[in-house]
Design a protein around this ligand. Structure first.
Ligand code: SF4
Length: 100
C-alpha cells in the first residue's frame, strides 16, 4: 500500500504537465523584450496606443522586422515612426512592407 506522501507526489507529477500547458495558453503574449512598456515615456505610450502597437504581431507576414520603417538586423531595431526601440516581432498600424 502506498503511503500518503508518495500518493501525493504521483498525483502532482501527473497533473504538472497539464498545468504547465494550461498556464502557457493563459499567459499574455510575449512581452516586447526591446523596450520595457512600463518605463516608456507617456508620449511614447500614447503614440504606440494611437498606432495600435502590439508587442507580438499575430500576422506572420506583417511585423516590424519586415517593415520599411524598421532599422536593424537583429531581434531589436529602431522604428522611424515611433523613434524608439521595437522588437522585430512587433507590429503597428503604420506597417509598410519593405521593398523587395
Ligand atoms: S512603423 Fe509600425 S510596423 Fe513599422 S517598424 Fe514601426 S512599429 Fe513596426
Amino acid at each position: 500500500m502506498m503511503d500518503e506522501t508518495r500518493r501525493r507526489f504521483l498525483a502532482l507529477a501527473a497533473v504538472a504537465p497539464v498545468a504547465a500547458v494550461a498556464m502557457g495558453r493563459l499567459a499574455p503574449a510575449r512581452a516586447d523584450t526591446c523596450a520595457d512598456p512600463a518605463t516608456l515615456p507617456a508620449a511614447q505610450k500614447s503614440l504606440r496606443a494611437s498606432l495600435d502597437f502590439e508587442a507580438v504581431s499575430k500576422e506572420p507576414g506583417k511585423r516590424c522586422g519586415l517593415c520599411a520603417f524598421f532599422k536593424g538586423t537583429g531581434d531589436c531595431g529602431s522604428c522611424q515612426i515611433l523613434t524608439s526601440q521595437v522588437s522585430a516581432n512587433s507590429i503597428c498600424s503604420s506597417f509598410a512592407a519593405k521593398a523587395g
